[in-house]
Write a protein that binds this ligand. Structure first.
Ligand code: SAH
Ligand code: SF4
Length: 347
C-alpha cells in the first residue's frame, strides 16, 4: 500500500481518515499535535502506544527535509538549499526586516512557465511540492535560527497557481493557529497570471495578498517575455484581477521587472498607467536581477525613478523593491533547482 503523507493533512482530514481506519478520535488530536510540533517519526510520539505507532507507520509517513547548503549574505539574508525526501533540491530565502522575519519559499521543483528573464524557468520542471514540503521549509529555517517567522511570500521557485491544490492545502496548514499560526494577511502569493485559477481564488475570498507578475503593458512585449501571455493575454489577466479585487476587496500588487530599453520607457509607463487606471492596486518596480542565463540588462536606477514618477503623476501608486541577498544569488528570479550531482561537486 502506498504510504500517505500525514504532514500534508489538515486536522479534519486526519480525524476523518482515523474514523475510516477505526482509530479512536482522540488519537487524531494527539498525533496532529506531534506533527505540527515537528515530530519526524511516529516513534517520537511517546504518548501513543507502541502498537499504534507501528500501525500508523504502515499507513502514513512523515516527510522530512534536510538543509543541504546554507549561504549567508552581507545583509544577513540566508539562502537555504533544501533536500527533499526523494533527493530533489529547492532553494528558499530568509530575510530580516525591521518588523520581523520573512521567508520566500518554493512551491515547485523548477517551473514550467519558462519566462525569459528567470533562472528557475531555465531549469525546466521536475515536480510539484506537497503542502508538507512547503511547511518544512519554514519549520527548518525557524529551528535553524531559533526564530519565529512572521511573513511568507510564495515567490521562490515555481508557479504557485500551477500547483493549486497543494498550495491551498499549505495555506490552510500554515495559518492554523495551533500550527505555525501565520495568518493569511501575512502571506503573499505571486503568480505569472494563471487566469482560471485567479478566478477560482477570488471565489475563496482569502485575505492573502495577490502579486501579479505583469512586467509589460502590452501583449506584444509581454508575450515576448512570458510564454503564459500567449495563453491568456493582458486583457484576460486584467479582467481576472478586477474580478479578484471586486470579490476580495484586497489590493493587488503588480510586479514589474525593469529591463533597460525593453520595458522601461516613458511610453511603457504611460501605457501601464492607462491599463491600471482606477484599479485598487500598487506597482512594485524591481530592477532586473541579471544572470548569465539571459543577456538582459537591468534599468539604470535613474530610469527606474523616472518610470515611478510617470506612474505616480498618473495616479498609480508605485514603489521600488529593495533587493536583498544579491551576493549569494538569493534575489528574485535567481533561484534554481540543482541536481544532486551538481551539489556534490560544490566545495
Ligand atoms: N512564479 C511566480 C512566483 C515566483 S517568481 C511568478 O512568476 O510570479 C517571483 C518573482 O520574481 C516574480 O515576480 C518574477 O517575475 C520575478 N523574477 C523572475 N526573474 C527575475 C529576475 N531575473 N529579476 C527580478 N525578478 C525576477
Ligand atoms: Fe516560473 Fe515565475 Fe520564473 Fe516565470 S518568473 S519561470 S512563472 S518562477
Amino acid at each position: 500500500m502506498k504510504l500517505i503523507d500525514i504532514k500534508s493533512m489538515t486536522f479534519d482530514e486526519i480525524k476523518e481518515d482515523f474514523k475510516n481506519f477505526k482509530i479512536e478520535s482522540y488519537r487524531a488530536s494527539q498525533v496532529y499535535r506531534w506533527i505540527i510540533g515537528g515530530a519526524e517519526s511516529f516513534d517520537a510520539m511517546t504518548n501513543v502506544a507502541k502498537s499504534m505507532r507501528k500501525g500508523l507507520s504502515e499507513k502514513y509517513f512523515i516527510p522530512t527535509v534536510l538543509i543541504e547548503k546554507k549561504s549567508i549574505s552581507k545583509d544577513n539574508t540566508i539562502k537555504y538549499l533544501f533536500k527533499m525526501f526523494d533527493g530533489n533540491l529547492v532553494e528558499s530565502v530568509l530575510m530580516k526586516y525591521k518588523h520581523g522575519y520573512s521567508m520566500c519559499i518554493s512551491t515547485q521543483v523548477g517551473c514550467k512557465m519558462g519566462c525569459s528573464f528567470c533562472v528557475t524557468g531555465k531549469s525546466g520542471f521536475i515536480r510539484n511540492l506537497c503542502a508538507s514540503e512547503m511547511i518544512l521549509q519554514i519549520e527548518k529555517a525557524q529551528k535553524d535560527n531559533n526564530i519565529k517567522i512572521s511573513n511568507i511570500v510564495l515567490m521562490g521557485m515555481g508557479e504557485p497557481l500551477d500547483n493549486y491544490e497543494n498550495v491551498l492545502k499549505f495555506l490552510k496548514l500554515v495559518s492554523d493557529p495551533n500550527g505555525l499560526g501565520i495568518g493569511l494577511r501575512h502571506i503573499s502569493l505571486s503568480t505569472c497570471g494563471i487566469v482560471d485559477k485567479i478566478y477560482d481564488l477570488a471565489e475563496k475570498k482569502l485575505q492573502l495578498t495577490l502579486s501579479v507578475s505583469l512586467h509589460a503593458p502590452n501583449d506584444k512585449l509581454r508575450s515576448s517575455m512570458m510564454k503564459i501571455n500567449r495563453r491568456w493575454g493582458i486583457k484576460d489577466l486584467i479582467d481576472a484581477c478586477r474580478y479578484y479585487i471586486l470579490k476580495t476587496n484586497r489590493r493587488i500588487s503588480f510586479e514589474y521587472i525593469m529591463i533597460e530599453n525593453v520595458n522601461d520607457t516613458k511610453e511603457c509607463a504611460l501605457e501601464l498607467a492607462k491599463l491600471l487606471k482606477g484599479m485598487l492596486c500598487h506597482v512594485n518596480l524591481i530592477p532586473l536581477n541579471e544572470s548569465d542565463a539571459n543577456a538582459m540588462i537591468k534599468s539604470n536606477i535613474n530610469r527606474v525613478y523616472t518610470f515611478k514618477n510617470t506612474l505616480e503623476n498618473k495616479g498609480i501608486n508605485a514603489t521600488i523593491r529593495r533587493t536583498l541577498g544579491e551576493d549569494i544569488e538569493a534575489a528574485c528570479g535567481l533561484l534554481r533547482s540543482r541536481t544532486q550531482k551538481e551539489t556534490e561537486d560544490l566545495p
